[in-house]
Design a protein around this ligand. Structure first.
Ligand code: MSP
Length: 523
């Protein structure tokens, strides 16, 4: 089978402030997709990084009496550390202050200019520093940006990009690729916006300095979004279009490039970015997926309310409940992917966290793992028996052998919560099976052969569960696969097949408790 090239990117994060749950969420969603594709045998490239230019970052640096570069170095490191703590499987981390990116962004500018899509004029209108976005008068709501950000009136000389020339081309793109933006509701919003008419876009600033210099005009820096969006190709070696990364992951990809973004930055990705690329005569991404927003116990997360959720603090909280670092990280990622259908808004609450983890992981999968593996280990010398002729067992396992197709169906649509549900559902069937067959009773009744058949069936089921769970719980599932002594090359999802079933007489290792039950210590 040909290995397909799959490129996935998270947004690059503004370094005006330290990372929070929203940043962790987007990155984890990319990580899960990247892991899924790798386990399918695809060649995957997953990019994340930091967005370091613009007025917002410059202001934050000045407020802390630092140079913008010093400040960026400091905060960018925090994002890098978060990615490492979360065990993200990114292949590259780009910073927009790196030379490779500056070169690439300037080349993007030159191409737009050379092809006649840039002109100089005066920008007069509203600008929200928080969003780094321009707004027209009729977009304001109660004197603020539609996002709630404060706006200020700007008048300055600026270069413009002829976005208006791309209205029809964008509409043709959306028509030809109706799932270019996902979920569908978001595609509809984008369509409505483009149909309502596109104005040319101001793409340079000259009232501050912290940005990529406009080629051949030292008075201007590039608008931070034109700069930032280009990161997705800078990291592949652009402007060297012959670079193998660029060829493999921008030009000859399958089902990708995919940009995962929060709904607040969809417009930039679904409208401006394809327009810039078309104008520069470069290939387009395959899909933009816009996810929803987390609230904290029903309230919008914001620094001024003081309810920002810090992922590192949540991991510490889980550790205080008895989890190891590895378990805490897996639980955190699991909860974010499982609690809310991807694309919807969701509410973060520690109570829901505890209930979800206990019900689905500790009490369901954890219980299945612990009780069955310890019984297998203590009987028949820990060895697997031949279950081919065991009809009841095969009937159960049929559901597990279908997992691969079910995961593909759900994960290709980014339905993370439903993909997890398929695995949980199979684990529930296994728990039901073990309850009905009661191997502990079979043992008492000295029906040893039947007991071994039941236990080996569960061992095989655990292989299927653990291989699938690697997408979401890489640390915990590795432990199960290690107990079962599954070869590394057999841990791919494409090997969830009857043909790869556990070998007769293979011996499992002594299992240890791995799924921690969370006790509710919340007042
Ligand atoms: N720098 C730009 C992106 C440039 S991409 C070329 C940016 N950065 S950001 O740091 O403000 O936001 C990054 C991501 O975090 C966005 O996808 C945003 O939607 C997400 N989140 C920020 N707060 C969030 C929540 N409360 N919940 C979920 N995600 C949210 O925008």
């Amino acid at each position: 089978m040909d290995r397909k090239n799959f490129y996935i990117t998270s947004p690059i994060y503004y370094v005006n402030d330290v990372p929070h749950i929203g940043h962790a969420y987007t990155s984890i969603a990319c990580d899960v997709q990247a892991r899924f594709r790798r386990l399918q045998g695809d060649k995957v490239r997953f990019l994340t990084g930091t967005d370091e230019h613009g007025q917002k970052v410059e202001k934050s640096a000045l407020a802390r009496q630092k140079t913008p570069q010093e400040f960026c170095d400091e905060v960018s490191t925090k994002f890098r550390q978060l990615a490492q703590i979360l065990g993200l499987s990114h292949d590259d981390f780009i910073r927009t202050t790196e030379d490779r990116h500056i070169k690439s962004a300037q080349e993007m500018w030159r191409r737009l200019e050379k092809r006649g899509f840039i002109y100089k004029d005066v920008y007069e209108g509203w600008y929200a520093v928080r969003d780094e976005a321009f707004y027209a008068q009729d977009e304001l709501v109660d004197g603020k940006a539609p996002t709630g950000a404060e706006v200020a009136w700007h008048k300055e000389e600026s270069y413009f990009f002829k976005l208006s020339a791309f209205q029809d081309k964008l509409l043709m793109l959306y028509e030809a690729a109706p799932d270019f933006v996902q979920p569908q509701s978001k595609m509809n919003e984008v369509l409505a916006f483009v149909k309502s008419g596109l104005r040319d876009l101001s793409i340079s600033r000259n009232s501050f300095k912290w940005g990529v210099a406009v080629p051949n005009d030292a008075n201007h820096i590039m608008y931070v979004w034109l700069d930032a969006l280009t990161n997705y190709i800078s990291a592949l070696g652009f402007p060297d279009e012959n670079s193998s990364l660029y060829q493999n992951f921008w030009c000859n990809t399958h089902d990708s490039p995919v940009h995962i973004v929060g709904k607040d930055i969809l417009r930039f990705h679904a409208i401006y970015w394809p327009a810039f690329l078309m104008a520069a005569d470069l290939p387009l991404p395959n899909k933009i997926y816009a996810h929803g927003w987390w609230t904290n116990q029903g309230q919008k997360i914001s620094k001024s309310v003081g309810n920002v959720i810090d992922p590192l603090q949540e991991i510490e909280w889980l550790k205080s409940l008895g989890c190891s670092q590895e378990v805490a990280v897996d639980y955190f990622k699991y909860f974010l992917m499982r609690e809310v259908p991807f694309g919807n808004d969701g509410d973060y609450s520690r109570n829901n966290f505890i209930n979800r983890i206990n019900a689905e992981l500790a009490n369901n999968i954890g219980n299945l793992v612990q009780r069955s593996l310890s019984m297998i280990y203590k009987n028949n010398n820990g060895e697997i028996v031949d279950i081919k002729g065991f009809e009841d067992g095969q009937n159960l396992l049929k559901n597990g052998y279908q997992l691969q197709n079910k995961l593909i169906e759900k994960l290709e649509k980014f339905a993370y919560d439903q993909a997890i549900f398929k695995i949980i559902n199979f684990a529930s069937l296994c728990n039901q099976f073990i309850n009905d067959k009661a191997p502990w009773v079979l043992k008492k009744e000295n029906k040893i052969e039947e007991m071994n058949l039941v236990l080996s069936t569960i061992a095989e089921a655990l292989r299927l569960i653990a291989v699938s769970l690697q997408i979401f719980l890489p640390n915990l599932s590795t432990k199960i696969l290690d107990f079962l002594r599954i070869d590394t090359n057999l841990r791919q999802i494409k090997n969830i097949d009857q043909a790869f079933c556990l070998k007769v007489s293979s011996q499992i290792l002594e299992p240890k408790i791995i799924f921690v039950r969370l006790e509710n210590n919340i007042n």
